[in-house]
Design a protein around this ligand. Sequence first.
Ligand SMILES: NC(=O)c1ccc[n+]([C@@H]2O[C@H](COP(=O)([O-])OP(=O)(O)OC[C@H]3O[C@@H](n4cnc5c(N)ncnc54)[C@H](O)[C@@H]3O)[C@@H](O)[C@H]2O)c1
Length: 341
Amino acid sequence: MKKLNIGIVGLGRLGKEYANNIQYKVPNANLIAACSLNKEEIEFAKNKLELEKTYSDFDQMLTNSKLEAIVIISSTNVHAEQIIKAINKGLHVFCEKPLGVDIKECMMVEKEAKKHSDLIIMIGFVRRYDPSYKHAKKTILENKIGRPFFVRSQTVDKDIWASFQLKFVKTGGGIFHDFNVHDVDLARWFIESEVERVWSQGGAYRFKEFGEVNDADNTFSFCEFKNGSMALIGASRTAPHGHDTFTEIIATEGKLTIGNPPSKNHVQISDKYGVRQECNETFFDRFKNAFLIQIQDFVDLVIRNEQPECNLSNATNATIITTAMTTSFQTKGIVKIKDVT
Ligand SMILES: NC(=O)c1ccc[n+]([C@@H]2O[C@H](COP(=O)([O-])OP(=O)(O)OC[C@H]3O[C@@H](n4cnc5c(N)ncnc54)[C@H](O)[C@@H]3O)[C@@H](O)[C@H]2O)c1
């Protein structure tokens, strides 16, 4: 069996999960190198991933001539430059969302990628790989609910992650880029039209520290699409009950609801508190399976030499919209997409 030699950059909260998947669960992949700025993560790579080649410098890792592909799970602010460096070395690339938080950088990646059409470059929008979201898309394509005209989608994290996320704002671009890039991608995928205007509101209602860095802990954004459709997109860092991400698609002849309620499993508990279900704790608990399917798909696409359905232009478009949302939130006005590009 042909096995793809992969190097990973970023072994933080999510990078470790990717590295474990690639090393132990993707049969046609060989994880041969890892890079992180963090000493403990390098130890993790040596001890838990059993890697001989570890690096604290990304450029150094790229000199490893055995590499065929790079998986980028580093901080968002370095995604674009790392993608460009990897493709200029002739390596296939998988990079976690978002492509970037700066539209010019995203466009630069697209420009460089055009010079390397032989390479597979994929940006990870994991919800497209979740079996329930996939089924929803298939249901729409089979015309079972008519034409979608309204998407309500939210990304909601359990409150215990707020202090971690506060550090993340500097590199992750804030709540719209970090959380809502998923919902924006889904809304475009389901509605199949482009966003024309956005209006975002919100605030630091519980954790005032987010307000001090010009960000929020709860937001809502209203998006108008060129074909007249609408999306209402929410984000929250303050849910006491767990990771509560869901999407609802309203169409001319029906409606689809994905992930609501955000139950951990099918068990219902009846006790002195009432009748209830436990909630997923983290995004990874909810999308664990989808993360594995997604990285397996990347490896298979490279081996088959096929481009992904969700291309770089989708990723740039999502960043354009989350940039408009950020501007709208900060200026408290409606923002036209054409004014941020
Ligand atoms: N799809 C999802 O639902 C989802 C969820 C969480 C995170 N993410 C994305 O994954 C990425 C990583 O998130 P995380 O939570 O694991 O972050 P993290 O802060 O826990 O880890 C970041 C990692 O990047 C490495 N890094 C940063 N700059 C580097 C550089 N210049 N060179 C080499 N390594 C560098 C750090 O050493 C660390 O290993 C982010 O872009 C984030 O948006 C996606």
